[in-house]
Design a binder for this molecule. Structure first.
Ligand code: ADP
Length: 461
């Protein structure tokens, strides 16, 4: 149940890095007081420096700091924070955390715990989605887990199939099975992996799409029963299921397909009583058919490309919805202007199998004016500044470079100029890799699918 709506004047951001800074930027603009939380490794981090107040959570390890439910709630109590924004990762999709907040009378800037739970289990989520009339990849997601039954379901679906752990996430417990002969061994392997990672062996089987695009729809619902979609993002450029370069709108979408996918995404959200910002991920096949993959019940890393093409501030929408307000706009008031890209800058070494890099950032700057770039068209969302130390404790993403252009061609040209103008010294990053991606003829030509990087390996490395 959604707890009673309360106004709040102080927001605690239970996160770090670029997303903590980004959330606080909007909170400040809305006149809210901001509270940061930090681990010992982040005592002097940018998000701590920028907050009105900051509370130490514990040692560097995330499970002793950013993942510690009681410590975060205690920090909110001590600072009089009436609401908590979880960012992404950490506690953002943690049902028990949201329940604890509901009990403590603190507003969670996100969906009710019941909506998180509904999407937490892949098999159960598929059942709900099928009920709501959201298209699913042909497959099996039943309770009966007998070996022979699973095998006959796989035979029926037709190879290649994808085995997925029902309880899975982060690409773990997933295996492609090319033919009937390999099924049993793959099933055994997948079950072992899933048991080890999630303490659960249930599997679902899907038709394996060989060249799908990853297209996801941004949805928003308020607590008054209104729901809209803010169009889609194409996130097909992935390395080991991790997104690297995202764009909005997705190239080549017809108005009709856009509306169909958008409406399916809103149906998905309504089915589970969703409130706030959510993302419904689909696989889009070359023939224009699309299939529900999962719903992320939080703000996504790549939300800025949607902000760029709609002119909306999604964090402001989140905070307004959390305060009990209605959605700022109706579906027919939302439009797409131009095209946007986001490139994720990681502290990692593409020359060494993308090994995370650490060290002191001697320089981290983007001189837009010097590079002749329009500050309204380029945005750098970062959690670091010159002089900061990049540790090995957390996600190696340093910043996101987001650009806007009148069309895809212009936006891509701006992205390349901005990447070239970015001055990073002291820590190895994937910048040159991003530049090779953003200038790649196949990327320029919109030859997108989730194996883009794999397929173009010879010319990207
Ligand atoms: P996780 O929750 O572990 O991230 P997902 O179900 O979201 O797992 O799938 C992760 C990625 O695997 C997707 O982004 C897509 O690239 C690929 N994938 C998932 N399902 C299929 C499928 N049926 N066919 C082809 N690729 C798939």
């Amino acid at each position: 149940m959604t707890s009673e709506v309360k106004k709040f004047d102080t927001l605690l951001v239970a996160n770090r890095g670029e997303i903590a800074c980004r959330v606080m930027r909007t909170a400040r603009a809305m006149g809210l007081r901001t509270v940061a939380v930090y681990s010992d490794a982040d005592a002097n981090a940018r998000h701590v420096r920028e907050a009105d107040e900051a509370v130490r959570l514990g040692p560097a390890a995330a499970r002793e700091s950013y993942l510690k439910v009681e410590a975060v709630i205690e920090a909110a109590r001590r600072t009089g924070a009436g609401a908590i924004h979880p960012g992404y990762g950490f506690l953002s999709e943690n049902g028990p955390f949201v329940e604890a907040l509901e009990k403590a009378g603190i507003t969670f800037v996100g969906p009710p715990a019941s909506a998180i739970a509904a999407m937490g289990d892949k098999s159960a989520a598929k059942e709900r989605m099928s009920h709501a009339g959201v298209p699913l990849v042909p497959g099996y997601h039943g309770d009966d887990q007998d070996d022979a039954l699973l095998k006959s379901e796989a035979d029926k679906i037709g190879y290649p199939v994808l085995l997925k752990a029902s309880a899975g996430g982060g690409g773990k417990g997933m295996r492609v099975v090319e033919s009937a002969a390999g099924f049993q061994a793959a099933l055994d392997g997948c079950r072992r992996e899933s048991q080890a990672a999630f303490g659960d062996q249930r599997m679902l089987i899907e038709k394996y799409l060989t060249q799908p695009r990853h297209v996801e729809v941004q949805v928003f619902c308020d607590s008054h029963g209104n729901g809209v979609y803010l169009f889609e993002r194409d996130c097909s450029v992935q390395r080991r299921h991790q997104k690297v370069l995202e764009e909005a709108p997705a190239p080549g979408m017809s108005a009709e397909l856009r509306r169909e996918m958008g409406e399916a995404a809103v149906r998905a959200a309504r089915e589970i009583g969703y409130v706030g910002a959510g993302t419904v991920e689909f696989l889009l096949d070359a023939d224009g058919s699309f299939f529900f993959m999962e719903m992320n019940t939080r703000l996504q890393v790549e939300h800025p490309v949607t902000e760029m093409i709609t002119g909306q501030d999604l964090v402001e929408w989140q905070l307004r919805v959390a305060m009990g307000e209605r959605l700022p706009l109706a579906q027919d008031e939302l439009t797409i202007t131009g095209h946007s890209f986001e490139a994720r800058l990681y502290a990692e070494d593409p020359e060494q199998d993308f090994l995370p890099a650490t060290g002191r950032l001697d320089r981290f700057a983007l001189d837009l004016v010097g590079a002749g770039l329009d500050p309204n068209k380029v945005r750098l969302d970062s959690g670091v500044e010159s002089g900061d130390v990049v540790s090995m404790h957390y996600d190696p993403m340093l910043a996101k470079l987001i650009v806007h252009g009148d069309d895809r061609h212009q936006a891509l040209a701006t992205l390349n100029r901005a990447l070239a103008a970015l001055d990073v010294q002291g820590v190895v990053t994937n910048r040159a890799f991003l530049q090779r991606l953003a200038t790649h003829p196949a990327f320029k030509g919109c030859e997108l699918d989730t194996r883009f990087i794999e397929k173009n390996e010879a010319t990207l490395f």
